[in-house]
Design a protein around this ligand. Structure first.
Ligand code: SF4
Ligand code: MG
Length: 325
């Protein structure tokens, strides 16, 4: 069952008279109810912009986002919009920057509940805040303190409690563990997994590296310079990546098994990410792709379902399931 449908979504930012930053430039994917969809790519590839445009923190330049079949960017009624805002929440990379330093933790968590009038009186409000604190592994005493009194991992727990407070269905987690120590990362991932089960949540989990999304994602999308390069179920993506960019990202992750490590195909990325203001013609990855062909400069590869549930945009897989190389 599709919870979210993103169709040819574009988000362009006008920088000045001539220059348009094509942060997201035609991205299509679905997210199924109850799954975690991992979205991965280097910084500047547009993944955060996708998350923010889905939540309507940005208006879309073109394309559509459907949530339960309803076009999110066409919602006009204030009441509908409020309902929509309640259904979709965000968890940020830097919980500190996203938590008001002058508010106590309990007021931070209760803010959304207050806006959506989810509790009848103060007693119920406090009870609910305490329950949320406990759910994320904190306690009621923590509620009276201020964000700066907490560690990074605890602050992320506060951010998670705040998102959870309004009973959302869908959460965009934008690099929620990137700023945390490795030992804390697994704890936060496990917390998110448990909450997903308990509350029937659907996640868009954004990360800059494939190792971070591996254990939490059911499916993974790889973005490059405003476009989707590849989408596949997690296992498939890690075992049989198709796109040269995905292969390069995987090459960067050390493997625990030295035998596999020695035999695997290595693709090392050269050069920097080109500017999304002036992306390369044809395939946007061609300036860094070790397998680039003549056609890659001239023709943009279409994003196609190469095998069941495995989508890729690369000329190597164009045509009748024939690998050209
Ligand atoms: Fe490389 Fe060409 Fe495929 Fe782009 S289309 S990823 S340049 S082989
Ligand atoms: Mg980002």
């Amino acid at each position: 069952e599709k919870l979210l449908e993103v169709n040819n979504l574009k988000k362009h930012f006008k920088l000045n008279r001539q220059d348009i930053l094509k942060a997201v430039d035609g991205v299509t994917f679905d997210i199924y109810k109850g799954e975690t969809f991992g979205l991965v790519g280097e910084s500047g590839c547009g993944k955060s912009t996708v998350g923010r445009t889905i939540l309507r923190l940005y208006e879309a330049t073109d394309g559509e986002v459907k949530f339960r079949g309803e076009d999110v960017h066409a919602i006009k009624s204030k009441k509908r919009l409020k309902k929509f805002n309640q259904s979709m929440q965000m968890i940020f990379q830097d919980p500190y920057a996203s938590l008001n330093p002058r508010m106590t933790v309990k007021d931070i968590i209760a803010e959304g509940m207050d806006i959506h009038q989810l509790t009848k009186n103060n007693k119920e409000r406090i009870k609910r805040v305490n329950a949320l604190l406990e759910t994320v592994g904190l306690n009621s005493e923590h509620g009276n303190r201020y964000p700066h009194e907490f560690s990074g991992g605890q602050r992320q727990r506060i951010g998670i409690a705040r998102a959870l407070a309004v009973n959302p269905d869908f959460i965009v987690a934008d690099e929620p563990i990137s700023a945390l120590d490795v030992s804390i990362q697994a704890q936060v991932v496990n917390l998110l997994k448990r909450l997903q089960k308990e509350h029937g949540l659907t996640y868009l989990f954004i990360a800059h590296d494939l190792s971070m999304v591996k254990h939490i994602s059911d499916r993974v999308g790889v973005m490059y310079l405003g476009k989707m390069a590849e989408i596949a179920p997690s296992d498939t993506l890690y075992k049989e990546p198709l796109h040269p960019y995905t292969k390069a990202l995987l090459s960067a992750i050390p493997l625990p098994d030295p035998k596999v490590e020695r035999t695997r195909e290595r693709i090392i990325l050269e050069g920097d990410l080109p500017s999304p203001v002036n992306p390369p013609s044809g395939c946007r990855f061609r300036t860094r792709c070790p397998l680039a062909m003549d056609i890659c400069r001239k023709v943009e590869p279409q994003f196609k379902e190469y095998k069941k549930d495995h989508w890729v945009a690369c000329h190597l897989y164009d045509g009748k399931n024939n690998k050209l190389s």
